[in-house]
Design a protein. Structure first.
Length: 463
């Protein structure tokens, strides 16, 4: 088979993306934009437009120039009100894209077969009219649609890109940031030969068609900065009184404290704080001592690991790291261990992790096993952990970790990492390949590993 033809000029060193503010302005004006996700995710670009601004001409452009599946991201409550359930009960798609049943607008709205650009534009606009948001009932009802159809609604996660960095959430966030109804229309961008375009081709594609192009990573940062600004505005003092304001929808807190109780452990008594995140996942923070001014607090962000934390699996170093972290915090006299649920198997889930173990038995390392299953190497997000720390009054941290990404993640969420401490654990015959893969392929800081020799020795790798 011959090498695929490059359809756009990639002979350029300029891979500069556009400002998110420019993209928001374009969305508000009804212009589509290109949104690129992370290299370690799909590494693809989608054309994104606000659903209420869709036109037959834009749908025709999606069909002729983008060539992917046209979908309509919306929020869960709106989809529920329109009686659009999930397409499948058990979502095994690699990115867990939340497809609902497909729809067309009914014949009462002038739709015929539903497949034409005009018909699909009508359907998408009607979905947008049904996306009234939390404060509106919306004029559209379930019987305004027929099922199945030719437009595929997608259920966005609560919290948007701060919870899941996907195109689904990006489209809804952009519409809301633009002051429009929280619904979008998206389509993947492929070349004439059917290959998905990557960043070096997506930028020329955007420039050729006069489109703004941004990354989800930049959108995440834009939202984080807005949230920090809104939070500061809400607590600012004016004329000797606390200023009162209503947070914008996108700045609604993403974690909510629901419980607080003493918790005796083998490492002493901690105060357990129970949190529920916007996506419904429950997390717990174990605090020892007084947070005080919130500076230079010893912190461990620990990813849930049933096999390691509960059953003592020797395939990983999670259980010993959790124990060592609790012990270290007790010795310090002040600190926090945040136990993040939903991080099983670096975010892929328990059963996929066990399937990855099967592949590791056949010789795959921890990274290749995930990729072989069509799953990301690391799907964790630390936003909930950062917000829990902020809620507890933590401002700067000494982080117990060997994973530089955790340090970078907290910094992206506005926390200052003043130092980093290793999280010691024993290396052994069952986890030495796992630790080497994390050091060599995932950038974990494990300089002592070869000296450990796979037998015994203090290590600091982590899941």
């Amino acid at each position: 088979m011959s090498t695929a033809t490059v359809l756009y000029d990639t002979d350029t060193d300029d891979l500069t993306l556009d400002p998110v503010a420019q993209a928001v302005a374009d969305i508000a004006a009804g212009r589509p934009i290109v949104v690129v996700d992370d290299e370690d995710r799909e590494n693809e670009g989608d054309l994104v437009v606000a659903a209420e601004k869709i036109t037959p001409e834009i749908v025709a452009f999606m069909m002729s120039e983008c060539r992917g599946l046209i979908c309509a991201p919306m929020e869960g409550p709106d989809l529920d009100r329109l009686a659009l359930p999930q397409m499948v009960a058990d979502n095994t798609e690699s990115m867990t894209t939340a497809f609902t049943v497909s729809v067309d607008a009914s014949a009462a709205h002038g739709v015929t077969t539903g497949i034409s650009a005009a018909d699909r534009a009508t359907t998408i606009r009607l979905l947008a009219e049904g996306a009234g948001g939390a404060q509106e009932s919306g004029p559209v009802h379930a019987d305004d649609f027929v099922r199945p159809g030719h437009v595929f609604p997608l259920r966005a996660r609560p919290g948007g890109v701060l919870v899941r960095n996907g195109h689904t959430e990006a489209a809804v966030d952009l519409a809301r940031l633009a002051g429009l109804r929280p619904a979008g229309a998206i389509v993947e961008i492929a070349g004439e030969d059917g290959r998905m375009l990557r960043l070096p081709e997506l930028i020329p594609f955007a420039r050729k068609h006069g489109l703004t192009i941004i990354s989800i990573e930049d959108l995440v940062e834009y939202r984080r900065q807005r949230e920090l600004t809104e939070r500061a505005d809400l607590t600012s003092v004016g004329s000797g009184e606390l200023a009162v304001a209503t947070p914008a929808p996108e700045t609604t807190p993403l974690v909510h404290r629901e419980a607080e109780t003493p918790l005796p452990t083998p490492h002493g008594t901690f105060t357990a704080y129970g949190y529920r995140a916007a996506d419904g996942i429950e997390h717990i923070a174990l605090v020892h001592g007084e947070i005080g001014d919130g500076h230079d607090v010893l912190v461990r962000l620990h990813s849930e690991c049933l096999t390691g934390d509960v059953f003592g699996s020797r395939r990983c170093d999670c259980g010993p790291q959790l124990e060592a972290s609790l012990k270290r915090v007790r010795e310090e006299g002040r600190g926090v261990v945040v136990y993040l649920r939903g991080h099983e198997g670096r975010g892929i889930g328990l059963l996929p992790k066990l399937r990855a173990y099967e592949l590791q038995e056949q010789g795959h390392d921890t990274l290749d096993a995930n990729l072989e299953l069509g799953l990301p190497a690391d799907a964790r997000d630390y936003g909930a952990g950062a917000r829990i720390l902020a809620d507890l009054g933590v401002r700067t941290v000494r982080l117990m970790t060997n994973n530089p990404e955790k340090t970078a993640a907290l910094a992206r969420y506005g926390l200052t990492v003043s130092g980093r401490e290793p999280a010691p654990v024993q290396a052994g015959e069952h986890n030495i390949r796992y630790l080497r893969a994390k050091r060599d392929r995932m950038g974990h800081d494990l300089p002592w590993l070869e000296a450990a020799g796979g037998d015994q020795g203090t290590t600091g790798g982590e899941k």
